[in-house]
Ligand binder design. Structure first.
Ligand SMILES: Nc1nc2c([nH]c(=O)n2[C@H]2C[C@H](O)[C@@H](COP(=O)(O)OP(=O)(O)OP(=O)(O)O)O2)c(=O)[nH]1
Length: 130
């Protein structure tokens, strides 16, 4: 099982940050929550702080953990651990994604999400963290 973390970053007005995977990569063109694989010896929360600094140039703190999602895209199972996060410093800039977008509830529903993220989005919608 590959452990992956993903951050639901809120902007304080009810919008979430969606990130587009670059064409040519696995799941290229799909939208995801930023994050990546947990390295040996790291907690999921530490991994997310590291990944968001690398991918977006922001420092975050993690808050509520949502329900992990187990998914298999045909390359073996991944377990995706979602966390709500808050930006402590910096403005997000895409270092590894082709595009990033702050989205309100309606816009979120219009994006072509990676399949493992769909249940996460549904859980978030049901929570109403705004
Ligand atoms: N970071 C992230 N990965 C996700 C999400 N949803 C989802 O299915 N994934 C998948 C895509 C990848 O297979 C894996 C995350 O690994 P990664 O983002 O470090 O991907 P990577 O570029 O290293 O992938 P690869 O080189 O191994 O193909 O989980 C998500 O919301 N965030």
């Amino acid at each position: 099982m590959i452990e992956v973390v993903a951050g639901l970053i809120l902007d304080g007005t009810g919008r979430l940050l969606a990130c587009k995977r670059p064409e040519g990569k696995h799941l290229g063109g799909k939208w995801e929550f930023p994050g990546g694989k947990v390295e040996p010896g790291e907690s999921p929360s530490d991994a997310l702080v590291r990944e968001l600094e690398e991918e977006l140039g922001i420092r975050v703190e993690t808050a509520t953990a949502l329900t992990p999602v187990v998914w298999d895209y045909g390359r073996g199972p991944i377990r995706l651990h979602p966390f709500l996060c808050r930006i402590l410093s910096g403005q997000p800039h895409p270092h590894e994604h082709s595009e990033i977008r702050w989205c309100g509830p309606d816009e979120l529903g219009e994006l072509d999400w990676a399949e493992a993220d769909v249940p996460i989005l549904e859980e978030w919608r049901a929570m109403d963290t705004r």
